[in-house]
Design a protein around this ligand. Structure first.
Ligand SMILES: *Cc1c(COP(=O)(O)O)cnc(C)c1O
Length: 386
């Protein structure tokens, strides 16, 4: 008898529902399999310039930061990375967290508290959901991308709260569609709310300079960047490194330095990681052809999938969902692809709602047109349901 006996039953429950995940190394597939699961969209994670920058940095100082950034853990490399991120995002300042998850878990409760209201898109990433759960503010969830419902909520609550915050992914991590940022910017301005956009999947990939979905949308709506008060980004995906960041006004960043709990109460990431992130940011800025390659690949993949009869839903980006329905169907398709040497993860509840399981293809600049053609060939056509 142990106090944890209940766990084996709980795990059996997951197995029966087709939701059990087995711990594995990497994708679990043999070396040589083509990886469509990684968010290394620009193919930077394996670039030797990152490893070299980290090696150089670790020769000059200790590997570990040793303490919270507010104690003694904020190295000159963290300082330099933050200044470069601010310049890249054209913001007054930026602050680097150990992960994007930590950034979201920290920033939302730092901005709203008792007496405030936070409005969240129903399809926001788990880290934003948890950030919202950690605040004592009232929480309202609006249907995915539904600005009409959001506006109704904002009007109804008008004058009843101290501060208001709208939080949304810029590019949604499962559907690969964008938030209606121009409308959200207008709404935030009109209803005196702060707007937070999480650029995790868009940093480095979208916008003429790779600043993200805000820069992409600003081509049509030039006032948008000024309407987004809080910009969250990640260094862990397209930048191929690790960490999250927030950019914005100097006052915002000073406030987060003082009040974002995952920042204040967590050891700073190793300085060498900041050095690798600086190298990654330089690559993003110097090699726009990586962005062009990922967009070209994503468009080709969607075209090939549609020709084979598959639905990719609302995707307009390098995140291409293939809709499967039940978790078992998604798992079967994923294993079928694995046998043919392709890693494509099946996304099941709780990452997506029950009955909306899918295969999530992450397209990268690393993939060749031939990789994409072979993937769609291996997938075959959807089974007809009678
Ligand atoms: C991955 C992700 C994060 C977390 O970023 P990490 O740096 O991997 O912790 C935050 N928001 C969204 C939308 C994400 O997809």
């Amino acid at each position: 008898m142990s106090s944890l006996d209940w766990l084996s039953e709980a795990l059996d429950g997951l197995t029966q529902e087709g939701l059990r995940r087995e711990r594995r190394v990497g994708s679990g597939l043999p070396a040589g399999a083509i990886d469509f699961g990684s968010n290394d969209y620009l193919g930077i994670a394996g670039d030797p310039r990152l490893a070299l920058a980290a090696a150089e940095a670790s020769k000059k100082g200790p590997w570990g930061a040793g303490a919270s950034p507010v104690v003694s853990g904020r190295s000159s490399l963290h300082d330099e990375l933050e200044r470069r991120l601010a310049a890249f995002e054209r913001a007054e300042a930026a602050i680097v967290f150990p992960s994007g998850f930590a950034a979201n878990a920290g920033v939302v409760p730092a901005l709203v508290d008792e007496g405030d209201v936070v409005y969240a898109d129903a399809k926001n990433h788990a880290s934003l959901i948890d950030g919202c759960r950690l605040t004592r503010a009232e929480r309202r969830v609006y249907p995915h991308n539904d600005v009409a419902v959001l506006e109704m909520m904002l009007k109804r609550d008008s004058g009843q709260s101290r501060r208001r915050l709208i939080v949304t992914d810029g590019l949604f991590s499962m559907d690969g569609d964008f938030a209606p940022l121009a409308e959200l910017g207008e709404l935030a301005e009109r209803h005196d709310a702060m707007l937070l956009v999480d650029e995790a999947h868009a940093t480095g990939v979208w916008g003429p300079h790779g600043r993200g979905s805000i820069e992409h949308a600003a081509v049509q709506s030039p006032r948008l960047p000024g309407q987004v008060a809080v910009h969250v980004g990640t260094l862990s995906k397209a930048l191929g490194s690790a960490g999250g960041f927030v950019s914005g006004s100097g006052a915002l960043i000073d406030w987060l330095y003082n009040r974002a709990r995952p920042y204040v109460f967590s050891t700073a990431s190793p300085p060498a990681v900041a050095a690798a992130s600086i190298a990654a940011l330089e690559i993003v800025q110097a090699e726009p052809e990586r962005r062009e390659a990922v967009h070209r690949n994503a468009a080709l993949l969607r075209e090939l999938l549609h020709a084979a009869g598959w639905s990719t839903g609302a995707s307009v980006s390098q995140i291409v969902p293939i809709h499967a329905g039940e978790a078992e169907v998604a798992l079967a398709l994923s294993s079928q692809l694995a046998e043919r040497g392709f890693y494509v993860p099946a996304i099941r509840p709780p990452s997506v709602p029950v009955g909306e399981s899918l295969l999530r293809v992450s397209v990268s600049a690393r993939h060749s047109a031939e990789d994409l053609r072979r993937l769609v060939e291996a997938l075959g056509s959807p089974r007809k349901t009678e």
